[in-house]
Design a protein around this ligand. Structure first.
Ligand code: KG4
Ligand code: ZN
Length: 336
């Protein structure tokens, strides 16, 4: 039994092939980073057009790498929420068409839940029940996960997602796009205690995040309060210190809320997913915290942290529970 899964929620076009026992046979991702870099962020219209061009070649590549043909596919899965609506629509339309043409069931997968499920794929054993943290460019949220299909939102961000904050602060520091990896590289040369940036909600039990004030604090630390258009970004040691201090503030806020959530829910496992999980400082700090809290930490390898279709193997759980999508499945931009 082979599953073909599609992902097109933002700016990566991806297809994966996996089996009913969750073995990933192919995980192909076509990145659009180069198309969006000169705009300093993802341009939705450009993203959907690139998905249209890339999707079928990516599917062909995934089938070839898995060593199967279309007629071997027994189920088609697709991330249909949340994301950019024009981008999601490309994957959803293609998945519906493929399922119909092949006469196989269609399964709709929530992209955010799939980021947590990436930990299950990497661990190759059950990780539920657990606490789930998703930290990506579009989302920062904590979930109590009774099972893979039963997620209860404990709290999210009031404003920017963590990855969005990395990208925006990288732009302030003149580090380019995508900002997360560039900022992490710059932070390696800086002092994380050089600037005392805010950690939102550090003094209360709310399981929420806020990164917009932190972003403004970095801007003011760079230029003072009279920043104008065209003000050049800082350079040298100052830039590295700003990057390191910003990264430390984000990491502290994420780790603190995970610690509070572990204590509040009594869960003993923490599964973390999303692009920001690629950050080494975050991984190390989460590992340290989990050791102290006697919790088991699950973090996928890099290629399963950022957007991909293998994490849509959450579809296997839905398939086992006979939770199929109807042929009129729609793209849903907001988290449902
Ligand atoms: O999960 P993802 O690939 O796409 C979304 O669903 O948003 O996450 C992308 C985000 C971007 O904001 C990117 O800057 C951030 O993950 N990111 C990082 C790192 N690598 C990617 N943030 C911090 N450190 C990194 N090493
Ligand atoms: Zn994502």
């Amino acid at each position: 039994m082979y599953f073909l899964a599609l992902e097109s929620s933002c700016d990566e076009t991806a297809a994966a092939v996996f089996t009913a026992d969750r073995r990933v046979l192919a995980n192909v991702v076509a990145s659009q980073t180069d198309l969006h870099a000169r705009f300093g962020g993802v341009v939705p219209e450009i993203a959907s057009r690139a998905h249209l061009r890339n999707l079928l070649p990516v599917v062909e590549e995934a089938l070839a790498r898995a060593g199967i043909t279309k007629s071997d596919i027994g189920c088609v899965a697709v991330h249909n929420t949340p994301g950019l609506v024009g981008s999601l629509l490309v994957g959803v339309s293609a998945a519906k068409m493929l399922a119909l043409a092949l006469g196989v069931p269609l399964v709709a997968v929530n992209h955010v839940a799939a980021h947590i499920y990436a930990c299950r794929i990497a661990a190759e054993r059950d990780i539920f029940p657990c606490l789930g943290l998703v930290v990506s460019g579009g989302h920062t949220a904590l979930f109590d996960c009774e099972s893979a299909l039963s997620l209860q939102l404990l709290g999210g961000t009031r404003d920017d997602a963590a990855g969005e904050a990395f990208d925006k602060v990288a732009a302030i520091l003149g580090l380019g796009f995508p900002g997360g990896p560039a900022l992490e590289r710059e932070a390696a040369f800086g002092n994380p205690t050089a600037y005392a940036f805010p950690r939102a909600f550090a003094d209360d039990a709310r399981l929420e995040f806020s990164f917009s004030g932190l972003k403004t604090a970095v801007l003011y630390a760079c230029h003072g309060q009279n920043v104008g258009k065209g003000t050049p970004p800082p350079a040298g040691a100052k830039r590295a210190d700003l990057a390191a201090s910003f990264q430390a503030a984000v990491v502290d806020a994420l780790v603190l809320k995970c610690k509070q959530a572990l204590r509040k829910t009594g869960r003993v496992r923490l599964a973390v997913g999303g692009g920001v999980t690629a950050n080494r400082a975050l991984r190390d700090a989460l590992q340290l915290m989990c050791e102290k809290e006697h919790a088991e930490l699950f973090i996928p390898p890099f290629d399963l942290c950022t957007d991909n279709a293998a994490m849509a193997a959450l579809a296997v759980e839905k398939w086992e529970a006979s939770q199929f999508a109807s042929p009129d499945l729609d793209a849903e931009p907001n988290f449902v």
